[in-house]
Design a protein around this ligand. Structure first.
Ligand code: ATP
Length: 372
């Protein structure tokens, strides 16, 4: 077929509305896994609600991809179960192959076949359908991502962002009830990533597929996820909305994941924690117990000398929307970072008065009996 003669090429490509999928609940029940005896997942329990976009967030090697592979059925759990709509798909007695799980996959390298047209690439997951029907479904999926007019192009003729959208079309074409995406935007440059991510999210909302998206970027997780599941070393540390985790992180590690922090040591006294930069509410902190007191840089306020605690500007860096200051503060060994919009004439060497906004302070009791 002469691909340039296709009437499809002249069709303008407004994005078509997606036909909704029947979303499913994806459940991990005490799932564990190891590679050659080295544990990669240690008893992960997680419920992904029907139709929700849940972002799996964590540093490299924490087990995100392994959890996705277990859901997909390309890896078997050593313990625990995976369920789709309450039906076991992986467990001690059951192991459904990937094609029988109703789960779609999209990986970071898109994995498009270079020798196949865009249409043929999207039809790849539709082999169970008669050819004509498969073609219709594939074109519909391409229309959803606004690429119907590229149906007869080849992958190398498309930009990185367009290839990513083709991969998305291929993943949604079979109307999976669960969609698994592993770092789907990592191959794109930053500018493109923002727009492709927004478009992808719009398509996910329309299809209403339950989506589990792996990322190591907290901002991406907050932008995309209805909820975020934070992992560390094969463990699930915290699950919640972006706001819940940002405002009430489970531990210092989690807090650090979401923002730069100044961490100083403090000690419990009468329901508060006393530090060289002031006392902050710390209900539940035992009298005399040590705690890590984390202060977000935007909570370090700089004023004229004579207010608050004496300090001196050591360094100032322009970051665009804000300036970042290193400030020596009386009573502390190191400097603290302050993030300020503007910052006026404050230059290295200037004396300032430092106050801390208690709303930007998080207190984490130490388990050990003294500072580490
Ligand atoms: N095929 C494999 N064989 C042996 N060890 C593996 C294999 N795949 C992953 N691992 C190890 O298992 C752990 C979890 O890896 P996994 O790929 O799930 O992490 P991840 O959070 O997805 O990391 P990344 O963000 O780098 O992809 C890591 O320690 C990794 O080195």
């Amino acid at each position: 077929m002469d691909r340039h003669a296709s009437p499809l090429r002249t069709t303008p490509a407004p994005r078509a509305k997606a036909a909704a999928t029947i979303a499913a609940r994806l459940t991990f029940e005490a799932v564990s896994h190891a590679y050659d005896g080295a544990p990669s997942l240690r008893g992960v329990t997680l419920d992904v609600e029907p139709g929700e976009v849940l972002c799996l967030l964590g540093h490299s090697g924490c087990g995100k991809t392994t959890l996705l592979r277990l859901a997909a059925g390309v890896e078997r759990p050593a313990g625990g179960r995976v369920l789709v709509n309450g039906r076991e798909v992986s467990g001690p007695n059951v192991f459904l192959p990937p094609e029988r799980r109703g789960i779609g996959l999209m990986f970071q390298d898109y994995a498009l076949f270079p020798h196949l047209t865009i249409l043929a690439n999207v039809m790849f997951g539709l082999t169970a359908l008669p050819k004509r029907e498969g073609e219709r479904e594939a074109l519909q999926a391409l229309a959803r991502v606004g690429l119907e007019s590229h149906a007869f192009d080849y992958p190398h003729e498309l930009s990185g962002g367009e290839q990513q959208r083709v991969a998305l079309a291929r993943a949604i074409a079979p109307r999976p009830s669960v969609l698994l995406m592993d770092e789907p935007f990592s191959g794109l440059d930053r500018r493109l990533r923002d727009s492709v991510r927004d478009e992808t999210l719009a398509v996910l909302r329309e299809t209403r597929a339950t989506s589990l998206v792996v990322t190591h970027d907290p901002e991406e997780a907050m932008r995309m996820g209805d909820r975020i599941a934070l992992m560390r070393q094969g463990l699930l540390i915290q699950v919640g909305t972006g706001a819940e985790i940002y405002n009430a992180p489970a531990d210092l590690f989690t807090a650090r994941f979401f923002s730069e922090l100044n961490v100083i040591q403090g000690r419990g006294t009468q329901g508060a924690v006393a530090t060289p930069v002031g006392s902050f509410a710390a209900a539940g902190l035992a009298e005399g117990a040590w705690a890590d007191v984390a202060i977000r840089p935007q909570g370090v306020l700089l004023d004229r000398p004579g207010t608050g605690i004496p300090g001196r500007i050591m360094e100032r860096r322009f970051l665009g929307e804000v300036d970042l200051f290193d400030v020596a503060v009386q009573g502390l060994d190191g400097t603290v970072k302050a993030r300020l919009r503007g910052g006026g004439a404050l230059a290295p060497g200037a004396d300032v008065g430092v106050t801390i906004d208690p709303a930007e302070v998080l207190v984490f009791p130490k388990e050990a009996a003294g500072p580490i």
